[in-house]
Design a protein around this ligand. Sequence first.
Ligand code: AMP
Length: 217
Amino acid sequence: MHIIMLGAPGAGKGTQADILSQEMGLPHIASGDLFRQALEEGTAIGLLARDYMDKGELVPDEVAIGMILERVNKPDCAAGCLFDGFPRTLQQAQALDQALSKQGKTVDKAIYIEVPGEELMKRLSGRRLCRSCQRPYHLLSSPPRVPGKCDRCGGELFQRSDDREETVRERLSVFFAQTVPILDYYKSQHKLIRIDGNLGVQGVARGIASALKAAIK
Ligand code: AMP
């Protein structure tokens, strides 16, 4: 089972992928987390990605594709995985399809979490992440039990540098220009599921679970 989580920055893809990954027992592969991890480790990919991430732009397709395909080929993904933040362009979507089809596999569903633009700005400014396990929080809608500490692992919470206002504006415009076109790509393959992203974390999770159940029967 290969499921893609689509949505603008701040739509809740990471939170929902986390929930779904536990429910379905599939690994959660977040391209942004892989780039941030590579940067912390000081690898060539991490250093290259930093310039794009700081500006809110997309890392070049060939770099993102290479990194994700390497991750997907690891043994824990043998039964499938959940993609969060990938694909973000039509070229990435096609490259993923080609790579999976060589192994007799396919993308099963693409879940698009829809949230209006003004709401996205509000969400991103309150967003915090755990430095150790990457679990997402929001200061207003899903705060940690102890301020500044992760409920799951006790790690330190931080604000991503690309959640600053100017960078957020650029990330949103990149999403609408480069990622929205792939909705049609999955729609034409009858794989697109649209979910209202304004129903709270548990409401959205329930919406996704029931839509997937109905679609995969
Ligand atoms: P995210 O954590 O998904 O918001 O990603 C943070 C940043 O990582 C993005 O703004 C891009 O610079 C980069 N990035 C993540 N995923 C991709 C991708 N699939 N293609 C290109 N760049 C990406």
